[in-house]
Write a protein of this length. Sequence first.
Length: 518
Amino acid sequence: MTDPITLTMRVPRVAPAAEPRHIGACTLVILGAGGDLTRRKLIPSLLHLLADGLLPDDLSLIGVGRERMTDQGFRDDLRSAVAGLSGPAGDGAIWERLAPRLYHVAGDLGAASTYEAINERLVAIEGQGGTERGRLFYLAIPPSVYPQAVEGLAKSGALPRRDARDARWARVIIEKPFGRSLDTAQALNKVVRAVVGEHQIYRIDHYLGKETVQNLLVFRFANSIFEPVWSRHHVHHVQITAAECLGVEHRAGYYEEAGVVRDMFQNHLLSLLCLTAMEPPSTFAADAVRDEKVKVLNAIRPMQGDDFSKFAVRGQYGAGTIDGGPVAGYREEERVAADSRTPTYAAIRFMIDNWRWQGVPFFLRSGKRLPRRATEIAIQFRQPPHLMFPLPKGETLAPNVIVIRVQPDEGLSLCFEIKIPGVGVRMTSARMEFGYDEAFGATDHDAYETLLLDCMVGDQTLFLRSDATEAAWRVVDPILGAWDADGAVTFPNYAAGAWGPAAADQLIARAGAAWRTP
């Protein structure tokens, strides 16, 4: 078979539009402002939004952290964190517009006095006549502290309770993980909803803010040529891959408790599965979209019996080579137990028992210390029912595949067969490529910009609802339980720099398929 031909999709060069969206005056309160998330994601995102003219002039930010510092000390600390960034995030003029609106409150989140200090600072910022100014609380803290933080904010008056008669809007952003099991997720939801309503809760999954993930809905539902073949009649299987070449880095303490399924499957990968498999919503409104996603989760076939050994593979990386250099195995990482049973890789087959997808396997995999960083969704179509063209001995017909690349090179491709010019009929694969950077120009905008803006506007379309969170735990909890009960697997079982354990290849081979190389 000849090498595939690559064709570039031509798209009229259009600058990305900054859609004007009305945001009223508001104050963003970040609990856990001393962490990496604030420095690496939240502040740069706010600077980008400010440069694009999408933030209100009177937006203020209160950072809450343990370290004692003045407002000016907090500003200086954040200025140092963004100084080396390119674009608006590193632009001194943009920084000077935001800096005077940054404030700091120091304290322990276990102390009532901290929440009282937050409320006092809010009242001082808002001043007289600020009763209609919105309040947005970002919980950039460990999930174990969520209940205490929400209750502390409510008791202090900083966060108006759901039944309070208050003219201002109040919203809470919760970072993943949303619990570590179904029971803990339900308990967390119960505590949070006792204080605020579901319409005020924004469970954030940064994958859903990526351009290509959002474009998946447009690709499916704004193009009549794709949706008719997006079903069991034409699709052989779906692969969703989230590969990372990095190890656990500084997150070993968290990762030892979580593992790959809690870290990646329960939220990111199942969200991508839902967007790939969902039915078209009646409108592009938050609850209409989220209703369809929950239906997919509820239709996933529960595993039982020997399903866990046949259709769910786990792995842990050992020493190996990444980018030509040696790297240590997971058990040799700092703060990792020498006999750790934590999986750093998983490949799982899911079946969706509904009219559209009955019989079509969805293969999801994610792992650390894989050859490259890449996240993609690949829809592989069935072979033609009858091939009239003779193939040379030993050759097979390459399948048609649609690939949606989520990161790092956002875009999509379509692979199909064409005839090679000349006497006789010989075929080769052609791949049509669309890249966001080529079509719209390179951009350093982050998914958090979209999500923060949606929170301020009050658009919950890209955020997880409590029933979806619990439904996702119902899918993965039995797998985690089966793995905890079965200690037979030997770790490590794949070398750093490999594409996972051999058992993962056997898993997908049972369906007559093979893993793609992203």
